[in-house]
Design a protein around this ligand. Sequence first.
Ligand code: SF4
Ligand code: SF4
Ligand code: SF4
Length: 279
Amino acid sequence: MSEQLRQTCRRLLDEGTVNVVIGYGEAPNGGAAIPVFIRQASDADRLVWNNRCLANLTTYLKRPEIRAMGKAAIVVKGCDARALVVLEKESQLVRENIYVIGMACDGMGDPAEAKCAACDAHTPAGCDEMIGQAGENVSTDERYAELEAFMKLPPAERMAYWQNELARCVKCYACRQVCPLCYCERCIVDKNRPTVIDTASTLKGNFAWAITRAFHLAGRCIGCDECTRACPAGIDLRLLNQSLARAAEESFGYRAGVDPAAEPITGNYARQDEENFIR
Ligand code: SF4
Ligand code: SF4
Ligand code: SF4
């Protein structure tokens, strides 16, 4: 698949279809693949495809310096492709202005850890070009299995878990920076007249930050897990994200970025919508 990807890259650049290809390159230390921005066909050999292509590259589309490069082709996995759907729905990109290369994906990372078993979109939808054939998608039960087990714990134990996790937050905002859907020009945490969220790393302020961000991503988060991977404190934000994703699915039958025709729940009201969530 790496060679097929390189050929696609050369062709797109040679024919002038795009000005840059955003894909994965080998990390110098052999760790997780790093983003590469290929602007000349002769550099296409730098592209790789393997089970270390963890990053969600769609986050680069929000950056002005990347937009300034011209029309981009972007390499996506199934979860990443869902981010593109959300970004388009939220008027953050014009689909015709990008070229999407979908990579069939059977899960990233160590298969024993199955870090992205939550993915149920191994085959990216709506791509301009597909490379490879993906395996079976996981079921809804499998997707929320970890959350389900956590929710069975007594409330005091769940609280203790989050206190222990969030006590380590250093307010570096890497979780926000890496998230393709955190694109606000001025984030709520940067507002200081008045200060909405305590910027100091206090437990109370850390809770306020994590919960506020999760709510801002409610019905928008596509579950790429980039925020968890980027966190230098090793805080596992997945349960928080999954909890709101499941609420959106159960209350509104909506899953972010899965159906390009579906209206986002945050910008849409239906008379039959339940209001249990505010009770
Ligand atoms: S909140 Fe985390 S898992 Fe959700 S889209 Fe953003 S980076 Fe991905
Ligand atoms: S945390 Fe909220 S305010 Fe900040 S960038 Fe993300 S969505 Fe915007
Ligand atoms: S990346 Fe981790 S440590 Fe940094 S602000 Fe987010 S949760 Fe806190």
